[in-house]
Design a binder for this molecule. Structure first.
Ligand code: KIV
Length: 268
């Protein structure tokens, strides 16, 4: 075994206790997962945002369990250190808790991932309990839950109104009691995320949920500037790969056309 300390669900809970912030990024393939892992990321989320950024769908609804398994397998092969969380996609757990458990078991057996994530509160608590009882760590996801986009109709900030905020606080406690090891809080007011984070013993990982969460997550294509059409307020871009890649590809096209590439040293 290589001498690398693996991050576990327990590590994340210790980090919360110690006040150390948790870093999480999405990845969908072997190469990027390996780079993020070597850079020291704590958690890699194989998000169902693969449906958007890898497959080009408008929503996360179409991606299938088999497709998520393919992405999960690819990421797991690139990892030595990070905890890998894999999303259960829409349709693979909502029907009933037996189907949810079967999907979670299939995901774990076929990918070698370390945990699964699913969206929702009270409605999925029975499923979470069953999956956790089977020995599978579960990350919850509250606030903006993109698999329910057709129910809510927009991607705007959630839980601004008191009744929705009250439901979210109740759901967060239910998910903790059901055995979730962490919760994603997506696109909710920072003060609500603060209150939830302080009320839980498990870590919260925010996206568009402000600075008081116990960790942060971003979609890799957004933070690396690969996708230059998505510019919400919460997004900080750490690179402009859209421009860098465009320039590199244009230079390559020019070199091929001018017969500068390949040169004498680049041939056998
Ligand atoms: O699928 C995904 O990328 C996610 C993150 C936005 C948290 O669920």
């Amino acid at each position: 075994m290589p001498d690398v300390k693996r991050i576990t669900t327990n590590t994340l809970q210790q980090m919360k206790k110690a006040g150390e912030k948790i870093s999480m990024l999405t990845a969908y393939d072997f190469s990027f997962a390996g780079i993020f892992d070597a850079a020291g990321i704590d958690v890699i989320l194989v998000g169902d945002s693969a449906s958007n950024v890898m497959a080009g769908h408008e929503t996360t609804v179409p991606i299938t369990l088999e497709q998520m398994i393919y992405h999960g397998q690819s990421v797991v092969r690139g990892i030595k250190h990070a905890l890998v969380v894999i999303d259960l996609p829409f349709g693979s757990y909502q029907s009933n808790s037996d189907i949810a458990l079967a999907s979670a078991i299939k995901m774990m057996k076929e990918t070698g991932g370390h945990s699964i994530k699913l969206e929702g509160g009270e409605e999925v608590v029975d499923s979470i309990r069953k999956i956790v009882n089977a020995g599978i760590p579960v990350m919850g996801h509250l606030g903006l839950t993109p698999q329910s986009i057709y129910k809510f109709g927009t991607y705007s900030v959630r839980a601004k109104e008191e009744n929705e905020a009250a439901k979210l606080k109740k759901d967060a406690l239910l998910l903790q009691e059901a055995g979730c090891f962490a919760l994603v809080l997506e696109k909710i007011p920072a003060n609500l995320a603060k209150e939830v984070s302080e009320s839980l013993s498990i870590p919260t990982i925010g996206i568009g949920a402000g600075k008081y969460c116990d960790g942060q997550v971003l979609v890799m294509h957004d933070m690396l500037g690969i996708n230059n059409e998505f510019n919400p307020r919460f997004l900080r871009k750490y690179a402009n790969l859209h421009e860098n890649i465009t320039q590199a590809v244009q230079q390559y096209i020019g070199d091929v056309r001018s017969q500068d590439f390949p040169n004498e040293q680049e041939q056998y």
